[in-house]
Design a protein around this ligand. Structure first.
Ligand SMILES: CC(C)(COP(=O)(O)OP(=O)(O)OC[C@H]1O[C@@H](n2cnc3c(N)ncnc32)[C@H](O)[C@@H]1OP(=O)(O)O)[C@@H](O)C(=O)NCCC(=O)NCCS
Length: 214
């Protein structure tokens, strides 16, 4: 592993071309992290299907990448698919946020960066209230959310945290749109780069497995 404490972390929006990277990130979560993230020890099959369902209308996903590898992610999802169809002034939407940072990359501020990005996205996409559902013993998530003045209440054996998103400004809306456009370009580039690297390493991998078989 590279020196994760000094390597810069890039936070950007994830697009459908990032689906495989997101799936692989979820699959790398250990049992405890899966339990904390999903409220249950989810199987690989569940995570594969879950990742495939995450890029629909109304879903906003952000990733934290180190050296091009996705090591953390945050989702902001709502039943109301308003993101591109409606101006963000109605502000009546409640959306659920969820976070995951891989073991080995924690406690270096990645969760905090993702939280800040989710807050900004919520403001600029018409979300009034951000909700975070976590298990009562999930101290890490509770402490992270409390840094952002999230108010937690106990609901149906889980804790639900709520915080109100800020109102958007013309500048924040422009910045969001410009950021999305850049992130889209980077996502396409990253996907092509991953295919290129995979194609380059395939013959070498084949040679190694031929050697092993011989
Ligand atoms: C919760 C989680 C996203 C935090 O990610 P992270 O990158 O480690 O968080 P950060 O490094 O940005 O931490 C920010 C602050 O949160 C608090 N915090 C984070 N993890 C903590 C822990 N294990 N114990 C106590 N406080 C913690 C601290 O106040 C920390 O600030 P500090 O390091 O300056 O003290 C990560 O632990 C995780 O992925 N857990 C498994 C999945 C999960 O629980 N998801 C939440 C359900 S939606």
């Amino acid at each position: 592993m590279s020196d994760t404490t000094s390597t810069p972390v890039e936070v950007r929006r994830l697009w459908p071309s990032d689906m495989e990277a997101y799936r692989d990130h979820l699959l790398r979560l250990d049992g405890r992290s899966r339990h904390e993230r999903f409220g249950g020890g989810m199987s690989d099959d569940f995570l594969v299907h879950y990742a495939e369902s995450c890029f629909g209308q109304g879903d906003l996903l952000y990733g934290a990448l180190i050296d091009g590898k996705l090591v953390g992610a945050a989702e902001l999802r709502s039943n109301a698919a308003i993101w591109s169809e409606q101006a963000p002034f109605g502000r009546h939407i409640h959306a659920e946020a969820a976070f995951s940072v891989e073991e080995g990359h924690r406690r270096r501020g990645i969760g905090e960066k993702l939280f800040r990005r989710i807050q900004r996205a919520a403001s600029n996409h018409g979300v009034e209230v951000i909700e975070i559902i976590c298990l009562p013993d999930n101290i890490g998530m509770r402490m992270l959310a409390q840094k952002f003045k999230t108010h937690f209440t106990f609901e149906e054996s889980n804790l639900t945290g709520r915080l109100r998103a800020r109102r958007p400004t013309p500048f924040s809306l422009m910045r969001e749109a410009a950021g999305d456009a850049v992130d889209f370009g980077v996502a396409v580039f990253d996907a092509q780069w991953r295919s290129y690297v995979a194609a380059q390493s395939a013959p070498a991998e084949q040679e190694r497995s031929n050697d092993r078989a011989a």
